[in-house]
Structures are given as C-alpha cells and as structure tokens.
Design a protein around this ligand. Structure first.
Ligand code: SF4
Length: 297
C-alpha cells in the first residue's frame, strides 16, 4: 500500500484549542450518549444537514434508546418517524442494523471496525466514525469535510477530487496525533470543514491553522469541470417522497388511486418511483392490490 506523506502537517494543539472554543453544541456529542445513539446520528447525518437531524434525533433516541427497542418497533413506525429526512432506505437499514445488534451482539454496538462493517447500512465512514466517536479509537475518520480540509491545508488543492478509501485513510492517518488525542483531532478536523473551511466560502480569517498550502499558493482554482449542484424538484427522489408521504399519513393500506394523486405531472415517472419503493422493500403490495408501508401490508 502506498503511504502518502502530507506536504504540510496540521499541528494538533491549535486545532484542538479551537475546537474546544468553537465547536457546535450538538446533542450526540454530549456525555452519556451511547454508542447506539451515536450510530443513529451517523445514519441520519449521511447526506442530510445537521439542522434537519437536530429536529428528529432527540425524540428518536428517547423513543428508541437501544438497538432492541428499535428492533421491536415495526418497520412502518421507523419509516414514519424518519419523516422528511430523505433517503428513506437509511431508515430501513437502521432498523435492520438494530435487529442484528440486538440478536447477534447482545444489544451492544460492536467496537471494532471490521465487525461494524458487517452491519446493515454501515459503510467505511460510519464504521470508523462509531469506533472513533463512541469508543475513542485512533482510526482515521474521513468524510467530505475532512477530505476538503486535507486537500486544501495539506496538498494545496481547492477540492479533494474523487474519493479513494486507501489514499484518504493514509492521508488522515499520517496526520493523527498520538492515540489519546486522535479521536478529538478527528472530530475537530471534521468540524473545521463543516463550519470554517466550507466548500463555497472558506473563512480563512477564522481558521486556526497557521499553515495552509492552498492559502500559501494563492488559492489556485479547482481543476476540471465545475461540480453540478444536485437538483431535487422533479426528480424520482421527489416523487418517491410524495408517495411515502401519502402512506405515512395513513395507518392502513391505500389504493393505487390514492397514490396517483401524489404526482399527476408524469404517470410513467410515478409508476417508476412506486416500483422502486416496492423493490427497495419500503412499500408492500397487499393481496387485494393496495399499498402500505413495509410491514403493514
Ligand atoms: S486557511 Fe482557509 S482554506 Fe486553509 S484550511 Fe483554513 S479555512 Fe481552509
């Protein structure tokens, strides 16, 4: 494996001091939050802004504080509680994950990355985030924000380019301080990317890093084509959301005609969205041809 040595190191002291003073007061970072509750926050935060997760996470973990409590809920109740967070397959995977942890791991979230990676819905980032944030292990935790800070501060590039787990983990591993400080360093690096070194308008005047290769180089622009902003209006994702809204609002199966009114713009698109919800197991068809949330048919 090629080990990439960073061009500039990020000194831990200044970053950790800045984090102590400037970090957001997020509820899943409070003392006493369990590994399961951190796992729930990580599922919710995948592709979803913090503000939206803040509106759901506290009630969720009060209602279902453990894997076994979550597993005992119906898949439909979990999908309802997920509400408008988006990407509802995550809710189904979280329910499956709870079931596996309750059944196979004594209701305790595993603490090693390899076992975490075998859980439903847990990928490379999430496994390392849980090992680091819940169990204080010195593993590299690499999300979009961390990749951007490393690209700029260490490599002098405006953007991180395509992800590569091997290269990204090696990059961040090379920056981690000693084992004690590594978990705090990881969360501080992530926080820096989230609130200071943002994608569109980095606030370099507030940055705790004395050295930054990109700033030093005079902020050279990104290479390659500009990134496209993801649209939502008119996409199949929006149609799937509308169909799920109809089903969430009912506690019994609905007819195809009741679903039809959710999206009148394009019937073929509506049918395609419904087929994909059925294929994902988020929606089921009852024996009499009606539709319901998973587990309620
Ligand atoms: S100096 Fe600016 S570009 Fe460099 S890491 Fe800090 S915020 Fe990002």
């Amino acid at each position: 494996m090629t080990h990439i040595v960073p061009e500039i190191r990020i000194p831990a002291g200044g970053l950790l001091d800045w984090y102590q003073q400037s970090r957001r007061d997020l509820p899943w970072r409070q003392p006493g939050v369990t590994a399961w509750q951190i796992l729930v926050s990580e599922f919710m935060l995948q592709q979803t802004p913090v503000a939206r997760v803040l509106s759901i996470w506290p009630d969720w973990v009060r209602r279902w504080p453990t894997p076994s409590a979550t597993a005992a809920a119906s898949a439909a109740d979990v999908l309802r509680a997920w509400g408008k967070l988006g990407y509802p397959r995550r809710a189904k995977r979280l329910h499956e994950c709870a079931t596996v942890i309750a059944r196979d791991h004594g209701d305790a979230v595993p603490d090693d990355v390899d076992t975490l990676l075998r859980l439903p819905g847990v990928g490379s980032y999430t496994a390392r985030a849980i090992a680091c944030f819940a169990y204080r292990q010195p593993v590299p935790v690499v999300d979009t924000n961390v990749r951007r800070v490393v690209a700029r501060a260490v490599h002098g590039r405006a953007e991180a380019g395509p992800p590569s787990a091997t290269r990204d983990h090696a990059d961040v591993s090379a920056l981690l301080p000693g084992e004690e400080a590594a978990p705090q360093f990881s969360v501080a690096l992530m926080e820096l990317g989230a609130i200071v070194c943002t994608a569109r308008s980095p606030r370099c005047g507030l940055c705790p890093l004395n050295e930054c290769a990109w700033r030093h180089a005079g902020y050279p622009p990104a290479q390659g084509p500009a990134r496209r902003v993801q649209q939502y209006a008119g996409t199949d994702r929006q149609v799937r959301g509308r169909l799920l809204d109809v089903l969430r609002a009912k506690d019994s199966p609905v007819t195809g005609a009741e679903l039809d009114v959710a999206w009148l713009t394009d019937c073929a698109q509506r049918d395609r969205a419904l087929d994909s919800l059925l294929a994902d197991g988020l929606v089921t068809r009852t024996t009499d041809g009606r539709f319901a949330l998973a587990g309620e048919g």
